[in-house]
Write a protein that binds this ligand. Sequence first.
Ligand code: PAJ
Length: 281
Amino acid sequence: MIIFKKIPDIKKYLSEQKAAGANTGFIPTMGALHAGHLSLIERATTDGMLTVCSIFLNPTQFNDKKDFEKYPVSTEDDIELLLKAGCNVLFLPSVDEIYPGGESTVKTYDFGYLDTILEGANRPGHFKGVGQVVARLLEIVQPQNLYLGQKDYQQCMVIRKLIGMMGEDVQVVICPTKREADGLAMSSRNRRLTEPQRAIAAVIYQCLVSIESKQYTSSFEMVRKQCEDLLAAKGFVPEYVALADAKDLKLLEEYSGETPMVALIAAKIGEIRLIDNILLG
Ligand code: PAJ
């Protein structure tokens, strides 16, 4: 694995590889890597890509300063994991490398409706920051394929829209959410859970499964209430328990037989905010 910290160096290397016929598969991350991240590398490898992973803890997408300050950093371990996973290239830029003129000088994009609901509504400025950094990284790496996790469903839709607005020709590959044995979606933030918090954190996934399994027998309004009560009983503060059209995230008040749906939950335990979702089959 070759590690690059400077933009001209990685650009030069990738353009040589492209000239030699390589297809680049890009996996952007913020580090504190886990098996969910590695599954994206594995998928890109299976697809025959030259795998390029980035680790960049992007300050502009954190609306909560404390969340940024406490975000786990484990770069040495991350490098070990990437080596074992057979990743070809790691891009490890500094904040100055990504935002040389300061954060406010980087172009931003307007995601319209997508930025007004769920994560957009609860984390003002978050998707603006995601758009800034992903646009910047895409310009640098210029991949054929971009690998994203379904875990961040709304982010996948935002990035798809971004690629459209940028007029880039990048194929987005969305990979399934990797879970712990009890169903908890893997997340870098899980490292911050205390033992008692970790022991009950799978309740989010249990709620999602109940939303799915009750779709033909209950009203969503009732199931949402049951989920909110269960989350609260376990010590979570639910931010949203939502049902939406899977293709455009239009929020649904009731189950719909006509359209593929996605159920999404965000909830906080202590300072830690977790999100998860499930496609209703
Ligand atoms: P990060 O949270 O590090 O996630 C990097 C990628 O890994 C994202 O595409 C995310 O959806 C995926 N991922 C996270 N947990 C996963 C899981 N349990 N199973 C499968 N995939 C998972 O998302 C970001 O970073 C940032 O917003 C980023 C896109 C890098 C921009 O800064």
